[in-house]
Design a protein around this ligand. Structure first.
Ligand SMILES: [Zn+2]
Length: 386
């Protein structure tokens, strides 16, 4: 992903420069408040966004069904004992050693690291009891470096279920020149940690996922591990989001159920990116999904009150009610353009190490990663009504 021209210190550090200002040719993006091309909204939009967010907050009720008919509201958040049992299924050692570490290598599309990462992801999910349906979406696209083969991994617990909660991240790494010691860009926050978090959630929820599948639940879980998020040269509409653009188009053309497509099965797409560093500030980006964002706020608050997050009392919450500094172009865009409700879980500002060779395991903050897993596992369990 990239923040807009004229953007942050980190955008300049990544070599995109202070930029010439917003680009003249807009991308047609129907999402409310999403600025074309520029990732920073023009100032006049910000008060409007804040107003819209406030209106959405006022309209919020305990668990509205959502615009795609997410069904009757669940019985509510689980009681404390059930919540503790759920969180007990998370394993920080497994997250780090089993799921994350094998991903910490260069994962350039079409290269050996990319293939190894894909095999790792599929091996982890294939070993679980929920019998995930695993599918590869491989295709070739022209890039500034010539034709490249990209491969998305699509994992679904119950592919025939009429509705899906979709969690997504990208697994490719940006091409950066090696450092003086020949060190490579490992993209720990970008996006090895989000991939590892998705695997950890799948492992922690394995039993309830299997039970829901066995009883033919209407709503299932789908994980997208997208390839080719990063630009090969300067970020543009054609040089970025290769995997997401291809998969969203393919899903929109694939019928599902009597009247829908794979795209219309998506009750909500939750995109994780740039997570794993300390003190993330994650904002709500879309009024349409603000009610879901408020569930994350409430879950974080509850876990903090129960003393279940290893954070200091003075630490600010991860999920912030203040308006987002601006939208960020990322893998959600091709799905948003096709009407999918989106939650974009990305810290703004970006981590200090963004698009530098310092984006390594040493600069991750394990208690933050564990806390995010706890919040997200509770969110997914509530959404899927476990
Ligand atoms: Zn990146």
């Amino acid at each position: 992903m990239r923040k807009g021209p004229g953007g942050s210190r980190r955008a300049r550090a990544a070599g995109s420069g202070p930029g010439p200002g917003p680009v003249a040719v807009p991308v047609p993006l129907p999402g409310p408040g999403l600025c074309p091309r520029s990732r920073r909204c023009p100032r006049p939009l910000l008060p409007l966004l804040a107003l819209a967010a406030a209106a959405a907050a006022l309209l919020y009720v305990a668990w509205p069904g959502g615009e795609r008919g997410t069904g009757p509201p669940p019985p509510g958040p689980p009681p404390e004992q059930a919540l503790r049992a759920l969180l007990g299924q998370l394993d920080p050692t497994r997250l780090r050693d089993t799921f994350l570490r094998p991903l910490l290598r260069e994962r350039v599309p079409g290269g050996p690291g990319s293939r190894a990462a894909r095999q790792h992801i599929m091996g982890c999910l294939g070993a679980l009891g929920a019998a995930w349906h695993l599918e590869l979406d491989a295709f070739e696209a022209v890039t500034p470096r010539g034709p490249v083969t990209f491969t998305n991994v699509v994992a679904t617990v119950a592919p025939a279920a009429p509705r899906r909660l979709v969690l997504a991240c990208h697994y490719d790494t940006k091409i950066l020149p090696p450092g003086p010691g020949k060190q490579l860009f490992l993209g720990a926050t970008d996006s090895a940690v989000p991939c590892a978090i998705l695997l950890e959630l799948a492992a922690a929820l394995d039993r309830p996922l299997r039970r829901a599948k066995d009883r033919g639940a209407e709503l299932t879980l789908q994980l997208l591990f997208l390839d080719g998020e990063e630009a090969f040269g300067d970020w543009s509409v054609t040089d970025s989001l290769y995997g997401a653009r291809h998969l969203a188009a393919r899903m929109a053309a694939t019928p599902h159920g009597p009247h829908g497509t794979q795209i219309t099965t998506m009750s909500l797409l939750v995109l994780l990116d740039l997570l794993g560093a300390r003190h993330p500030a994650i904002h709500s980006h879309f009024p349409r999904t603000h009610h879901w964002f408020l569930r994350l706020v409430a879950i974080e608050q509850r876990l903090r009150q129960l003393g279940l997050l290893h954070v200091l009392p003075q630490d600010q919450p991860f999920f912030r009610l203040s308006p987002a500094p601006g939208p960020v172009e990322d893998d959600h865009v091709p799905f948003l353009q096709r009407g999918v409700p989106v939650l974009h879980l990305i810290p703004t500002p970006f981590p200090r190490v963004w698009h530098t060779l310092e984006d390594t395991e040493d600069n991750l903050h394990p208690p933050t990663m564990e806390a995010l897993c706890k919040i997200l596992v509770a969110f997914v369990a509530e959404f899927l009504q476990f």
